[in-house]
Design a protein around this ligand. Structure first.
Ligand SMILES: [Zn+2]
Length: 109
């Protein structure tokens, strides 16, 4: 058996391959659900990567966690902005659809 220089199983690679980045972590500012670090709608790309790494071994838990966040964010954002906030579909795509179970959210036909 050949063992290469890879030791990938020891620790998951950090997104971007950097040490802990300076500045705040990519966590949401509630109730507006923007990223504390980069100001993008949360979960931003970095936050998604970190969640994927964190839940690598338990995708079901990630799906449940994301569904809970979707519920919380929907509550907050609709209350803050009931008329022209994001639609339920927008929020579903933002919080849930990128996760472990990403079948189409709308049945074709
Ligand atoms: Zn961010």
């Amino acid at each position: 058996m050949v063992s290469g220089p890879w030791c990938a199983r020891r620790r998951p690679a950090r997104p971007g391959g950097r040490r802990s980045a300076p500045g705040p972590p990519h966590l949401p500012v509630r109730p507006i659900w923007l990223c504390r670090a980069c100001g993008r709608p949360w979960p931003c790309a970095e936050a998604r990567l970190l969640l994927r790494v964190e839940y690598d071994a338990s995708p079901v838990d990630l799906a449940i966690y994301l569904s809970g966040l979707y519920h919380e964010a929907s509550h907050d954002l609709f209350r803050l902005n009931p008329h022209d906030g994001p639609t339920p579909r927008d929020l579903l795509e933002r919080f849930v659809a990128w996760g472990p179970y990403r079948r189409g959210i709308v049945e074709p036909g």
